[in-house]
Write a protein that binds this ligand. Sequence first.
Ligand code: 5GP
Length: 192
Amino acid sequence: MTESTTPRLTVLAGPTAVGKGTVSQYIRENYPDVWFSVSATTRDPRPGEEEGVHYYFVSDEEFDSMVENRQMLEWAQVHNKYRYGTMKNMVTRALESGKHILLEIDLQGARQVRNSMPEARLIFLAPPSWEELVRRLVGRGTESAEEQQQRLDTAKIELAAEPEFDHTVVNDTVAQAAQEIIELMGLEKTSA
Ligand code: 5GP
């Protein structure tokens, strides 16, 4: 593929607790050529999260108006709770300036990007096994038992979506998964 035909928008999605956030964070820290879109969300900031860096934290009304005004490339309600969305203008601007974009979003969002931008590259981050996914989900210890069960049910449905994606990367170790994603994006390791 030539530079002009290589898709420069890559979506990274996968089941809950597979480690998408950790792999993304590793890429942020080690591969400065990758540009991350900052999503809008209706959830509150967690300690250490900054406005405009991790997310744009918006009210329900603000989110509604962004959707109504067609400002979202994709958006979804995640875990039946808060809404998250990628802003179209940020992605368009980054693409125009030649950046390689990585969107770390949920499965519903990945499907919307597939429909609106069929040239995008979709990567499915998979766990090494179902047992390992359960271990990671339970091991995180941040959710109640009921919430854990709900997330496991969701994860089963999410795992079945793998064939919809262009590539699968198994998250065995964070560094190796990140390296594979970078290679699929057509980028090489650069020193941070
Ligand atoms: P968290 O609240 O832990 O930061 O994120 C929860 C989930 O929301 C993660 O699975 C993440 O991939 C997803 N997410 C974050 N930003 C977006 C977005 O802009 N669109 C969609 N569809 N999902 C998102």
